[in-house]
Design a protein around this ligand. Structure first.
Ligand code: NAD
Length: 354
């Protein structure tokens, strides 16, 4: 049974893709359209075949194969894809399918929405992180130098089709990293989701867990699509995560979900040190996060550099460091101005030397 969630002018389906609306879309709305499927090397090898076998309409599709990894979520790759789309004579009535993790759905959504002022696209997320987070909500974009998602726009797919079956080939560490965004959803909005996930090995995460996470994000996005207020809650953990990713990008890039896992912990510590989050709840979070996400050697020695990256954070307003913090597990509050000293102290919690 497919679960269907209505979103900002599009819908999200969760279940086996063969039961989704894809066949119908291909037969009706896009019967005359040219089709393009954007994949990276891993989703090409592990996920594409299932689509080509199932949907005859996709047999003629142009497949654009990209190298995997965050370091490829950049403008140079976009230029190559736009040139390919031009060569294939793709027009505004044609269809792009983004089949991959969050890098492919962010990049592919951006490429589709800028090309000829917008080609319609479908997101088919294949990583846990993209299923529960990146493939819905309308944020598309690419990185600029060390700055994450510095270029981008809000653009919505026709639909997002989440088939948990794709997770069979996803490496275990990717599942653990993807789980960080689910934990975030629990921490900011739903204690019972956090409790359920704490008990679960990543292999046991199922369609219902994914649906709960997607629904939490979707409710928040619908209440504030352009991130003026409520949607800032989804940034919990991400101010620190993006600074960590920026620092490591040209060294040994940190997976986004891993950075988010550590970011959740640091920002929970800031929440406690600011007098918001009760101590026992903080220690519950610390205990669980450190079981899943390893600390980093000597990270506090570069804490000032991390602050430098935070100064260029998109979410920063004025001179203050603006954080979403936790009041308790299951409840977040936005727009907290935090002093540097509190941030520097909290970073120590992810330092393997402490
Ligand atoms: N737009 C948003 O709202 C939003 C939200 C959260 C994260 N993001 C973005 O998402 C990105 C991270 O996403 P990610 O963790 O999925 O990264 P990713 O796209 O790099 O995927 C992780 C790895 O898993 C591989 N992979 C994906 N599906 C697979 C499968 N089924 N089988 C085998 N291998 C598979 C990929 O090739 C890649 O090597 C970041 O760029 C982040 O900024 C965006």
């Amino acid at each position: 049974m497919i679960k269907k969630i209505e979103s900002q002018g599009y819908y999200i389906e969760i279940g086996n893709h063969t039961e989704s609306s894809l066949q119908q879309l291909l037969d009706n709305d896009f019967a005359q359209a040219k089709k393009v499927i954007i994949v990276d090397e891993n989703t090409h090898d592990n996920c594409l075949e299932a689509l080509l076998t199932q949907y005859t309409a996709l047999k003629e599709a142009e497949v654009i194969l990209l190298p995997p990894g965050e370091e490829n979520k950049v403008m140079e790759i976009c230029f190559q894809v736009w040139e390919a789309l031009t060569e294939y004579k793709i027009g505004r009535r044609d269809l792009i399918i983004n089949l991959g993790g969050g890098v492919i759905t962010d990049l592919g959504g951006f490429i589709a929405s800028v090309y000829k002022r917008g080609v319609q696209f479908i997101n088919m997320p294949t990583s846990l992180l993209a299923m529960v987070d990146a493939s819905s909500g309308g944020k598309t974009g690419i990185d600029l130098g060390p700055y994450k998602n510095q270029l981008g726009l809000f653009a919505y797919p026709i639909c997002t089709i989440i088939d948990p079956g794709f997770l069979h080939t996803l490496p275990d560490n990717e599942k653990v990293w993807g789980k960080a965004e689910m934990l975030k959803h629990g921490l900011i909005a739903d204690r019972s989701h956090w409790d359920a996930l704490k008990e679960k090995d990543v292999h046991d995460i199922n369609l219902d867990d994914i649906a709960v996470s997607v629904a939490i994000k979707n409710d928040i996005v619908l209440s504030d699509p352009k991130e003026e207020n409520e949607r800032k809650k989804l940034n919990f953990g991400h101010t620190i995560a993006h600074a960590l990713e920026a620092y490591f990008l040209d060294k040994s890039p940190l997976p986004h979900g891993y950075a988010v896992g550590l970011g959740l912990l640091v920002e929970s510590k800031i929440s406690m040190d600011s007098g918001l989050l009760p101590k026992e709840e903080y220690f519950e979070i610390e205990h669980f996060i450190l079981q899943q996400y390893d600390k980093i050697d000597n990270i506090s020695s570069i804490a000032q550099t991390l602050l430098g990256y935070m100064q260029n954070d998109k979410k920063k307003e004025g001179e203050e460091y603006n954080f979403t913090l936790l009041q308790r597990i299951g409840e977040a509050s936005i727009n907290h101005s935090i002093e540097e000293a509190i941030i520097l102290e909290a970073i120590k919690v992810i330092d393997a030397q402490f």
